[in-house]
Design a protein around this ligand. Structure first.
Ligand code: ATP
Length: 226
């Protein structure tokens, strides 16, 4: 069994989250993807963060018709801030030996990994799948000293789109997989800003998520939910 773990604030979940999850599932032949909305995230400012139960409910609405996707409240119900190392270890315990875990993360978020709790251990604990994101360059990974050497040539090739995947072994049981998918330009901050200003959202949100936001009056003003 191969399971993808997709953590995030999902504030709110948007079209690109779903596109990424589907593409990674198909490219890496994963059996399923588990969405893990954060409770109190250590790396994000709390301003304009919708309550965790709403973010989890929106994820559930968005994935309701995808049989290979599910969501967990593992981090939502923790009283203290959640760290990825603790979440991954808890899931490894739960699933046992027969399951390989793949941690999905956008390149922008992965560039912060040196600040994460026990980052070197985390990188050895499961596979990491780093997905390119508009505005972030793979070549910046060359500055991360906690990674094994990755040639500038292969990082530049990912940025140029001349290769779409680079595999970097960390340990026998843990690989770093760099994936350049078709760029998907949506960000949750942009979605929130559009909602606050009452601008047209186009198709950036799954319809169920847009109606959930309207139903509960979320993201009207940053100050409402701070
Ligand atoms: P915000 O704009 O509030 O920072 P976000 O759009 O980055 O939010 P998160 O919930 O923080 O959404 O993202 C969860 C994960 O998905 C992160 O690893 C992030 O890098 C990745 N991700 C989100 N949007 C994209 C995108 N358009 N392309 C690639 N990765 C993305």
């Amino acid at each position: 069994m191969k399971i993808g773990l997709f953590g995030g604030t999902f504030n709110p979940i948007h079209r690109c989250h779903l596109t990424i999850a589907r593409q990674v599932r198909d490219r890496l032949a994963l059996d399923s993807i588990l969405f893990i909305p954060t409770g109190t995230p250590p790396h994000k400012q709390l301003k304009s963060l919708a309550p965790a139960h709403h973010r989890l409910a929106m994820v559930r609405e968005a994935i309701a018709e995808e049989p290979t996707f599910s969501a967990t409240d593992l981090e939502v119900h923790r009283a203290s801030p959640s760290y990825s190392i603790d979440t991954v270890r808890a899931l490894q315990q739960k699933y046992g030996q027969g399951v390989e875990l793949f941690f999905l993360i956008g390149l922008d978020a992965f560039l912060d990994i040196p600040t994460w709790k026990q980052a070197p251990d985390l990188l050895r604990t499961c596979h990491f799948v780093v997905i390119g994101r508009p505005g972030s360059q793979f070549i910046r990974l060359a500055t991360l000293t906690l990674l094994p050497h990755i040639s500038d040539e292969s990082l530049r090739a990912l940025d140029a789109g001349t290769v779409d995947r680079v595999d970097v072994p960390i340990e026998a049981t843990a690989h770093l997989i760099l994936l350049a998918l078709a760029p998907c330009p949506v960000s949750a901050s942009d979605v929130r800003s559009r909602l606050r200003r009452g601008l047209n959202l186009g198709d950036v949100l799954p319809v169920q998520v847009e109606s959930y936001i309207m139903r509960f009056g979320l993201y009207k003003e940053a100050a409402d939910l701070a």
